[in-house]
Design a protein around this ligand. Structure first.
Ligand code: FMN
Length: 183
């Protein structure tokens, strides 16, 4: 990887207090509280050693403009987790009509999706936007790892966005003026 810290950089280690986990009702409440934060929905795609991976995420965050960096938080328990370390990946942002695709890569496979061979990493066809990344850094995030990628290629199309809030999919219509049009 280029850039700075890999696993365990600034966020490694931790005091016993930081490692304390929540009891079950608190953890349910914690999830519910986090779920009130409305997000988009994305799929991280990449080629592993023996197979092509895709994992649905809503933890996508833009991090930096210069250099252009984005972040996804991946659970250590997922099959994608270990293989993603040090590999190029694409963040595919989903459109409103792509709920099935979101579920496909969240453990409910349906038909094989349309793949596109990207320059840095494989991506999915017809998505609302995509960011092809080379690995930048990976930080310890408790039972997740924060993977930062440096964006090498990106694009978007017109269309409504798929969103996720209160544990449900919803839609954000395109026909609202964005800040980029107002500034
Ligand atoms: C809307 C939505 C958002 C999700 N966001 C994340 C996420 O940000 N990080 C993550 O590790 N898993 C996330 N998941 C769960 C993974 O998609 C799911 O655990 C994955 O299918 C595991 O793949 P595996 O069974 O191959 O390990 C999300 C699932 C859904 C439906």
């Amino acid at each position: 990887m280029t850039g700075s810290p890999h696993h365990g950089g600034a966020a490694s280690g931790g005091t016993p207090a930081r490692r304390r986990s929540l009891n079950v009702p608190r953890s349910h409440h914690f999830r519910g509280s986090l779920g009130r934060f409305a997000t988009g929905v994305a799929i991280v795609t990449f080629d592993g050693t023996t197979k092509r991976h895709g994992i649905t995420v809503n933890s996508f965050t833009s991090v930096s403009m210069d250099p252009p960096l984005v972040l996804v938080s991946i659970a250590r328990s997922t099959t994608a987790h270990d293989e993603l370390a040090g590999r190029p990946f694409t963040v595919n942002i989903l459109g409103a009509e792509q709920r099935q695709l979101a579920m496909h890569f969240a453990g409910r496979p349906v038909d094989e999706p349309l793949w596109v061979e990207g320059v840095s990493a494989p991506r999915l066809g017809n998505v609302l936007a995509y960011f092809e990344c080379t690995p930048w850094a990976a930080y310890d995030g408790g039972d997740h790892t924060l993977y930062l990628g440096e964006v090498q290629d990106f694009n978007y199309r017109k269309g409504d966005a798929l969103a996720y809030a209160n544990s449900s999919f919803t839609t954000i219509p395109e026909d609202q003026l964005g800040m980029e049009d107002l500034l």
